[in-house]
Design a protein around this ligand. Structure first.
Ligand SMILES: [Zn+2]
Length: 412
């Protein structure tokens, strides 16, 4: 039976969202959390964007050190030979790629303005794919942008051509959130049966159906005989109305009525960090978690009305589908209500040593402490808000990697 995997695209789709963003250290922490949870792959950034180069290189170093293992770190680029060549020039250790090109009539006409035909699009994709193999790529996914508004025959030819030229996956992008569960199921099943290639499901929430569509698309792929890779983001952050939320989608796959009897995860996903990771993403993006967010919202396990409260006290299963402890909730959280020492870009050594001491981090000498403090200051310049404990611990543990992540060299 084919299986369901997850590819998180927070560090690509999430950060390209209007009005928000992440520091390179925050992106790194997200890769670490995704790896700890058992997510198959992180779309960790843009290899042709120069301010990403050192962050991407440093994260690939973390992978080679075993810190970011077994997760795959994959870069997203346009499907052009020039982008492939530039990606490997700027990030030579890159091994996993997703290459993207528009396939719908609307976008081919609307973006290329008559300058490209469907055949040209197919040819560009194949040339980019061949260039990726020559450059040393180990796995490549091919993305059909606006797939849901693309003629199905062309989509099948496109996916077949990708497979024939060695692509590992085809990404079905419902770029505008246009599909519904019925249409995406049918389309993806046809694609799986006819192109015979594993299918990524990439859904957006413009009509409020990103999670439902992801589930239906995954079912279509599996019923069509292919493995499937659902694309998600943390807290559903993504272009416009956002992407499918990681935790909500994992919950839907594993807890919804009868689904997991037939449609199963390829590897287990540990949800016990959900609470911490959702809160980190919310802090990093500076976007609050809606109180009615599945699993991690403030009200997800709150009961007030008499009948519900009485029922849940007698047996939680009366009014809860799953336990809060599965998501890592339930521990008391300490909030400082008196004096507070936190980090900033102008922090000094005394406050810093106090803060690190509270986390049981000690330094061999003053020089080492000053070196780590300097890195922490730079991290604050990027984040413009106090670092969380995990970020401070990361910098203290991997100062050389942190230095690389924090280095920006414009116009070089
Ligand atoms: Zn997207």
């Amino acid at each position: 039976m084919p299986k369901i995997y997850f590819i998180d695209v927070t560090n690509r789709d999430g950060v390209q969202t209007a009005n928000l963003g992440l520091s390179k250290l925050e992106k790194t922490m997200i890769n670490i959390y995704l790896n700890q949870m058992g997510i198959f792959q992180s779309e960790f950034g843009f290899p042709t964007t120069r301010h990403e180069s050192l962050y991407l290189q440093a994260n690939l170093e973390l992978a080679s050190m075993g810190v970011l293992q077994p997760i795959r770190l994959e870069g997203w680029i346009r499907a052009t030979v020039a982008d492939v060549e530039e990606a490997f020039e700027l990030v030579p250790a890159l091994r996993h790629l997703n290459i993207s090109i528009s396939t719908s009539e609307q976008m081919i006409q609307g973006k290329f303005r008559g300058g490209k035909s469907k055949d040209d699009v197919l040819k560009m994709m194949v040339e980019a794919l061949e260039a990726a193999w020559s450059a040393g790529a180990e796995t490549v996914g091919v993305n059909a942008e606006d797939a849901s508004r693309t003629d199905i025959d062309f989509l099948v030819s496109f996916a077949r051509a990708a497979k024939e030229h060695g692509a590992h996956r085809f990404r079905y992008c419902d770029t505008l959130g246009y599909d519904n569960p019925f249409t995406i199921y049918e389309t993806v099943k046809v694609l799986a049966e006819n192109a015979k290639i594993p299918i990524e499901i990439h859904c957006h929430g413009d009509l409020g159906m990103a999670v439902a569509n992801s589930l239906a698309g995954a079912k279509g792929a599996v019923d069509g005989g292919q493995d499937t890779y659902i694309n998600t983001t943390l807290n559903g952050i993504g272009e416009r109305a956002g992407n499918a939320d990681l935790f909500a989608t994992v919950l839907a796959v594993t807890k919804s009525k009868g689904f997991s009897e037939k449609y199963q995860l390829g590897n287990p996903i540990d949800l016990s960090k959900s609470w911490q990771v959702a809160k980190f993403a919310s802090y990093a993006f500076e976007v609050p978690i809606p109180m009615n967010q599945p699993g991690v919202g403030a009200n997800a396990f709150a009961h007030a009305s008499g009948i519900h409260a009485d029922g849940v006290l007698k047996d939680p299963h009366n009014y809860e589908l799953y336990g809060f402890d599965e998501l890592g909730r339930g521990d008391p959280e300490l909030v400082e209500t008196g004096r507070e020492i936190c980090t900033g870009e102008y922090s000094g050594i005394s406050g810093f040593k106090h803060l690190m001491g509270k986390m049981a981090v000690t330094f061999s000498d003053m020089e080492e402490a000053r070196k780590i403090l300097e890195l922490v200051r730079y991290a604050n310049v990027e984040a413009q808000k106090p670092l969380v404990e995990d970020e401070l611990l990361f910098i203290a543990k991997y100062p050389q990697i942190a230095k690389k992540i924090l280095t920006l060299r414009p116009l070089e």
